[in-house]
Design a protein around this ligand. Structure first.
Ligand code: CA
Length: 230
């Protein structure tokens, strides 16, 4: 498993160093930033998996920087945990309204901070591991969603399983019998021409975005999934 990268945006050096030390010891890769300018440069250089954001920063506030990150399509998926001395209800609401995924009130124990980080991270880890891509076609097996660029592709359950199998086993020819066995399951009795019916539906669903050509008919053999048009 690759090390998760956490950006710590905090102008108070003692707190920044304490947090970085604790996160490093917990196995995270840590990038420190003392203000919003440094934070932006760090994000542009290497995308973090999570941002710990102090509220009060010397240039723009952590709240404003969070808003900016959440407005930008490139960074809006990165979870942000606000670090704040403000425990007031209004401020917490403002933080969450600004797009923060969670907040931790200072002073906090390292253990509490680590627990919040773990809670915010797994969603991303699970999602990352479940996504398979072929060209611009993307299948997310956590949410069962298929998309081509920004376009959602609607599939029936069998077409979805068929596509997932193909995307996980590209560039290999599978006979109808093999597809029945691998996609429908060996114990189900289904005629081989059923495969053709679902292939046809799958191609039809992929036609608007041009991905139908990824599913090739191999004469006398079966089907093969390959990226490209040749
Ligand atoms: Ca501060």
């Amino acid at each position: 498993m690759t090390q998760r990268r956490i950006l710590v945006v905090e102008d108070e050096r003692a707190i920044r160093e304490m947090v970085c030390f604790n996160l490093g010891r917990a196995g995270y890769h840590v990038s420190p930033a003392a203000d919003a300018r440094e934070a932006r440069a760090s994000i542009a250089d290497q995308r973090p998996d999570l941002v710990l954001m102090d509220w009060m920063l010397p240039d723009i506030s952590g709240l404003e920087l969070t808003r900016q990150l959440k407005r930008d399509p490139e960074t809006k998926e990165i979870p942000v945990i606000m670090l704040t001395a403000r425990g007031e209800e209004d401020d917490r609401v403002a933080g969450l309204d600004g797009g923060a995924d969670d907040y931790v009130v200072k002073p906090f124990a390292a253990r509490e901070l680590l627990a919040r980080i773990r809670a915010a991270l797994p969603r991303r880890e699970a999602a990352d591991a479940e996504v398979v891509s072929a060209g611009t076609l993307k299948l997310d097996s956590a949410s069962h969603q298929v998309s081509a660029g920004s376009v959602e592709v609607g599939l029936g359950p069998t077409e979805y399983r068929l596509l997932e199998f193909f995307m996980r086993h590209p560039d290999r020819v599978y006979s109808r019998a093999q597809l029945l066995d691998r996609v429908w399951g060996g114990n189900v009795y289904v005629e081989e021409r059923t495969v053709d019916v679902h292939i046809r539906r799958l191609r039809k669903a992929l036609t608007p975005t041009g991905h139908h050509s990824f599913i090739r008919t191999v004469r006398g053999a079966g089907y093969r999934f390959s990226v490209g048009t040749s």
